[in-house]
Design a protein around this ligand. Structure first.
Ligand code: 6PG
Length: 256
């Protein structure tokens, strides 16, 4: 039975990123002690950039034992300003002694988005030595929350929401008139720990919906690790609209 979701409301963005960095560091040390490595999927967007910059200056992280993946990527080359890989590389990976062969980015320069998604799925299958039908178990998956309730690149009313077998898909997002390459719910819900990082007043309306509106059926409400932790780290501004009622009343049990 999954552990109940946890929420931590931090007083400021700085405290938020410090709390996230402490979680990352503790989990990295524990995973390396227990399994010799730490597998983490990074999120994109703007919010985690401050976390990555803080981690780049955080001592005692076993960088050479960490394997980096991305929970989603924009369909752009790695040097493009919209690239999630580029953001993480500039704010973190280029500044710490990570092994180059432990960075598994999405080959999003591939013209055919479906081919890029299949390639990344194969990368997961090879890295985690998966047999057909198996789902990888990441030690940690970082996620953000979009103003429409999307997470990774699982946007409302998109086909990837109904994908229960593939690990990675190319998801057509009408409003961007573009594909996104994204992990699917099976991968997100197989993780040992999922951390949502949410900051700023503009996220307060959607955060309230996620936690308190069970009829909203938002993609981020369907992230419920079946056998893992779900931790929401949010700052006070983002939590500004929460009624203080029973959080998570709206978060349904994990998908079957
Ligand atoms: C992306 C992300 C996406 C992001 C949310 C929140 O590629 O954009 O993975 O899911 O986490 O859109 O984005 P912000 O942090 O920029 O608000």
């Amino acid at each position: 039975m999954p552990s109940p979701p946890e929420i931590r409301i931090l007083q400021s963005p700085l405290e938020l990123f410090e709390a996230a960095a402490a979680e990352f560091t503790a989990q990295a040390s524990e995973s390396v002690r227990a399994r010799g490595r730490f597998t983490v999927a990074l999120s994109g967007g703007s919010t985690p950039k401050s976390l990555y910059a803080l981690l780049a200056t955080t001592p005692s992280i076993p960088w050479d034992k960490i394997c980096f993946f991305w929970s989603d990527e924009r369909h752009v080359p790695p040097d493009h300003s919209d690239s999630n890989y580029r953001m993480a590389n500039e704010s973190l990976l280029s500044k710490v002694p990570v092994r180059p062969d432990s960075i598994f980015r999405v080959r999003a320069e591939e013209k055919d988005a479906d081919a890029a998604a299949q390639q990344y799925e194969q990368t997961l299958q090879q890295f985690f030595h998966l047999s057909s039908g198996d789902v990888p178990r990441f030690d940690l998956i970082l996620l953000g929350l979009g103003p429409d309730g999307h997470t990774a690149s699982l946007f409302p009313k998109t086909s990837a929401l109904n994908e229960h077998h593939r690990l990675v898909v190319a998801n057509w997002v009408e409003k961007f008139n573009a594909h996104r390459i994204t992990f699917t719910f099976p991968v997100l819900n197989q993780a040992a720990c999922v951390i949502f990082l949410v900051s700023g007043p503009d996220k307060s309306p959607i955060l309230r919906q996620v936690f308190e509106d069970s009829s909203a059926n938002l993609p981020s409400q369907h992230v419920r690790p079946t056998n893992g932790r779900l931790l929401w780290l949010v700052d006070k501004a983002a939590a500004g609209n929460l009624s203080g009622g029973t959080y998570f009343a709206a978060i349904p049990p994990p998908l079957p």
